[in-house]
Design a protein around this ligand. Structure first.
Ligand code: SAM
Length: 287
């Protein structure tokens, strides 16, 4: 049988099931077998693993995951694709398809007891319209995730891996790097999708940390300090914090002095650890 990466096969399946690419669901299907294999390889999937796949589409990456993983559970929002997946994955005994919105699915429940016995890896060619909520949702969840390998918009990948002092660096970089070690695997050109997306793409792997890089006394306060510092990127750190947190300027000045951080710098020059120290100092003044 011809591969699902063949545009001819995709068109034939869509015709048979009377379907069209649904822009609303960010449907850009992969048509390059080599890229599919490279993503599975980057995810380091083995038969010990339980894999959660988000958005299987017509099952292209699901077939490759089925070849390498112990068990694959794929969550697809588009009801119309479910009968297609039952056809294309008919021979894949270790694959389970769940219809639903990944942002509203009780993932722990659908993964069941296998979660206790098998390492969990999450892989996806993500729908770009909800990349950030999906990634942050899994980073903040208490699921025992070993790693996540995602094909995403290049610009988001660069922000996830952003380092201080660069344009890509911001609250997403700091918060994501608080939870995970993040690396870029490889870039993906637009012509390997049907239809072609308007943006460049990249594959990233996030390895969830078991011990956080920063020992935080109050995680919520840390998150709000980070967000406050990047809300007005052109403002100085002290002005950003004064405008966007409930603390008095005098208290903030005192805290920055204790942390040995100049109030006139911009937030984008600070590391996650710097923000952690600021948040811990502020926390000691409210508790
Ligand atoms: N995995 C396929 C591939 O690589 O060819 C399709 C990838 S396509 C970029 C994204 C897929 O995610 C589509 O099948 C889309 O219907 C599905 N999707 C979109 N939003 C979703 C959501 N909230 N929950 C689950 N699946 C979603």
């Amino acid at each position: 049988m011809e591969k699902l990466t063949s545009p001819r096969v995709i068109e034939a399946l869509l015709k048979k099931y009377d379907l069209h690419f649904n822009k609303r669901f960010g449907q850009n299907f992969l048509i390059d077998e080599n890229i599919v294999q490279k993503i599975v390889k980057a995810g380091d999937v083995s038969e010990r693993d339980l894999v959660l796949e988000i958005g299987p589409g017509i099952g292209t990456m699901t077939q490759a995951l089925s070849d390498h993983a112990g068990k694959v559970i794929s969550v697809e929002i588009d009801k119309k694709l479910i009968p297609v997946l039952h056809e294309t994955l008919n021979d894949c005994d270790n694959v389970e398809i769940v219809q639903g919105d990944i942002l509203k699915t009780n993932v722990r429940e659908i993964l069941g007891d296998q979660l206790v016995t098998m390492p969990l890896k999450i892989l996806a060619n993500l729908p770009y319209y909800i990349t950030t909520p999906i990634i942050m949702g899994f980073l903040e969840s208490d699921l025992p995730i070993e790693s996540m390998t995602f094909l995403i918009q290049k610009e988001v990948g660069e922000r996830l891996c952003g380092v201080p002092g660069t344009k890509a660096y911001g609250s997403l970089s700091i918060v994501a790097q608080f939870y995970a070690d993040i690396s870029i695997d490889f870039e993906v050109p637009a012509h390997v999708f049907i239809p072609k997306p308007k943006v460049d793409s990249i594959v990233v792997t996030l390895k969830k940390l078991t011990v956080p890089k920063i020992a935080l006394e109050n995680k919520e306060l840390f998150l709000s300090v980070v967000k406050a510092s990047f809300l007005n990127r052109r403002k100085t750190l002290i002005n950003g914090l004064t405008m966007n947190t409930p603390f008095d300027k005098a208290v903030l000045m005192e805290v920055l002095e204790v942390c040995n951080i100049a109030p006139g710098i911009r937030g984008e020059t600070l590391t996650g650890s710097d923000f952690g120290r600021i948040a811990n100092e502020l926390n000691s003044r409210i508790s």
